[in-house]
Design a protein around this ligand. Structure first.
Ligand code: SF4
Length: 431
C-alpha cells in the first residue's frame, strides 16, 4: 500500500484498502474557520439537534482567519457564531480574534499549535487543508455538510484515492523555492491532472526542504485537483511535531511499501528547473520567468498559507535588503508566530520587519487578508483592474478582489525581485 492507503486502512480498522474502496474512517482532527464554521454548525444543529454535543471537544479546532481585520458586519457576525459555539460546546482549541491565542491562517496555525501528527486523519472546511500532508498524515478539505456530520459522528465516508508519485532529485539552486516546484508540477499535469488522487512527494530534493517548504508543496496539490498531498515523515518532521504535539498525543509514523502501486510517476531534477510563474487566470497557466520578464506590474503581495511563512519572508527580505520597492508591496505574515519571527530574525543587524518597512513595503496583520479578496476594506485587496504578482495560490478572476485584476503567482524570491523593478523579474538578477 501507499502511505495514503495505509493511513486510511488504519482509520477504517482494516488490514488493507485499495483505491476505489468506499470506507468509513475515524477522524483525528476537524478544523473549521470563520467562513465555513457557521454553515457547518448550522448543518450539525439541524441534523443532530439544537442541544447536541460534538463527538469529541478535544478534536475540534476552530481558527478564525479569513475576514478578520475588517469593519464588515457580516464578517464579524461569523466570528461571533464561532465564539458562541465554542463556549456552548466547551471547545478546547479555539483561537479567538482579539485574544492572546489569536493565530491567523488556519493551515499554518494547525502545525504551529501541535494539531498535525504523522499517520492521522485531518479534515478541514477549507480546500488547502491538504497543506498538513507535509507531516505524513491524510489531510484534505471538505464541505460544510460533511463537516457538520463529522461534528456529530466523528467519522466520514470516503473513497480511497489512487496515488501519484512525484520524485524530486538534486539540490535546489538558491534562486528556486518549493513554490517553483509545485507550479512546475501543476503546469505539467494541469488543474485537473490529479483529480481525486493522492499526490505523494519523494526524493532527496524533497527531504532537503525544511518543513515550511514541504508545506508549500502539499498546500497547492488542490490546484491540480489532488485529494491530498503527502510526504513521508523523517527526522525534520518528527523534530517539529514532537516539539509542538498538542496534549503529547501518541501517533504512528507511516511509510509507503517498497512495492506500493502508483497510478503515475514523474521524476524531476531540481537543478535543471527555472523560476516559474502562473499567469492569469489559472494556476496551471505556466510560464518560465525568463519567458515573460519585463511584464508590467502595479502591485506585489507576499503572504497567505502558501507564501506567508518565515522561510518565505527570509527569502524575500534577502532580496529587498537595503533597496526600495517600485510598486505597492504588501507583506502579510500568515500567523502571529510568524509576525513575532519578523520582529526577531535579523539580516545584517536589521529585523525582517525593518527590512520590509525600510524598503517601502506595507506590513499587515496575520490573516488571510487579500488572498481571498474579502470585504473592500481588506488589507492589500485588489480594488481595481490592476496587475499583481503574488505568493498566494490562486489567480482565478476576482480571487484577490477585482474581477478584472490580473494575478501572477510566483515564489517569494520572484515576487520580491519584481517588487524592486515594477516588472516581472528573474530572481537570478538580484541574488
Ligand atoms: S491564506 Fe488564502 S488560500 Fe490560505 S486559507 Fe487563507 S484564503 Fe485560503
Amino acid at each position: 500500500m501507499t502511505l495514503t492507503e495505509k493511513i486510511l486502512a488504519r482509520a477504517s480498522h482494516r488490514e488493507s484498502v485499495q483505491p476505489g474502496d468506499n470506507i468509513w474512517i475515524d477522524v483525528d482532527v476537524l478544523m473549521t474557520h470563520d467562513v465555513c464554521g457557521p454553515g457547518t454548525i448550522g448543518v450539525f444543529k439541524q441534523h443532530f439537534g439544537p442541544n447536541a454535543k460534538v463527538w469529541d471537544r478535544d478534536k475540534v479546532v476552530i481558527i478564525p482567519d479569513h475576514y478578520i481585520f475588517t469593519a464588515d458586519k457580516m464578517a464579524s457576525r461569523n466570528v461571533e457564531v464561532l465564539r458562541q459555539f465554542a463556549a456552548e460546546q466547551n471547545i478546547k482549541y479555539f483561537y479567538d480574534v482579539g485574544t492572546p491565542s489569536y493565530k491567523g491562517v488556519c493551515h499554518i496555525a494547525l502545525p504551529e499549535e501541535g494539531h498535525t501528527r504523522p499517520g492521522e486523519v485531518l479534515f478541514g472546511t477549507d480546500s488547502h487543508t491538504c497543506t498538513a500532508g507535509a507531516f505524513g498524515e491524510f489531510a484534505t478539505g471538505i464541505g460544510n455538510t460533511d463537516a457538520g456530520f463529522i461534528l456529530g459522528a466523528g467519522k466520514l465516508w470516503v473513497k480511497v484515492p489512487e496515488t501519484m508519485r512525484f520524485i524530486f532529485h538534486g539540490t535546489l539552486p538558491p534562486y528556486l523555492m518549493a513554490k517553483d516546484l509545485i507550479l512546475a508540477v501543476i503546469g505539467d499535469i494541469g488543474c485537473d491532472g490529479a483529480t481525486y488522487k493522492a499526490m505523494e512527494f519523494d526524493g532527496d530534493g524533497v527531504y532537503a526542504l525544511n518543513i515550511e517548504e514541504r508545506m508549500t508543496l502539499c498546500n497547492m496539490v488542490i490546484e491540480a485537483g489532488g485529494k491530498n498531498g503527502v510526504i513521508a515523515p523523517d527526522k525534520v518532521t518528527l523534530d517539529y511535531v514532537n516539539a509542538r504535539n498538542a496534549g503529547q498525543k501518541p501517533f504512528t509514523t507511516v511509510h509507503s511499501d517498497k512495492n506500493a502501486r502508483y497510478c503515475f510517476e514523474k521524476v524531476y531534477d531540481v537543478g535543471k528547473l527555472e523560476p516559474v510563474v502562473a499567469k492569469p487566470h489559472s494556476p496551471d497557466n505556466r510560464a518560465y520567468v525568463s519567458e515573460i520578464r519585463g511584464t508590467k506590474l502595479d502591485r506585489a503581495y507576499i503572504g497567505s498559507c502558501t507564501g506567508g511563512k518565515l522561510t518565505d519572508f527570509r527569502a524575500a527580505a534577502g532580496v529587498l535588503k537595503g533597496k526600495s520597492v517600485r510598486i505597492d508591496t504588501f507583506v502579510v505574515p500568515a500567523t502571529s508566530e510568524i509576525m513575532a519571527g519578523l520582529k526577531r530574525e535579523r539580516i545584517n543587524g536589521q529585523t525582517l520587519e525593518e527590512v520590509f518597512l525600510s524598503a517601502g513595503a506595507k506590513l499587515g496583520q496575520p490573516s488571510c487578508a487579500a488572498c481571498l479578496g474579502g470585504p473592500s476594506d481588506t488589507f492589500g485587496r485588489l480594488n481595481g483592474p490592476i496587475s499583481c504578482i503574488s505568493t498566494t495560490n490562486r489567480n482565478f478572476p476576482g480571487r484577490m478582489g477585482h474581477k478584472e485584476a490580473r494575478v501572477y503567482l510566483a515564489s517569494p524570491l520572484t515576487v520580491a525581485a519584481s517588487a524592486l523593478t515594477g516588472v516581472i523579474t528573474d530572481p537570478r538578477d538580484c541574488l
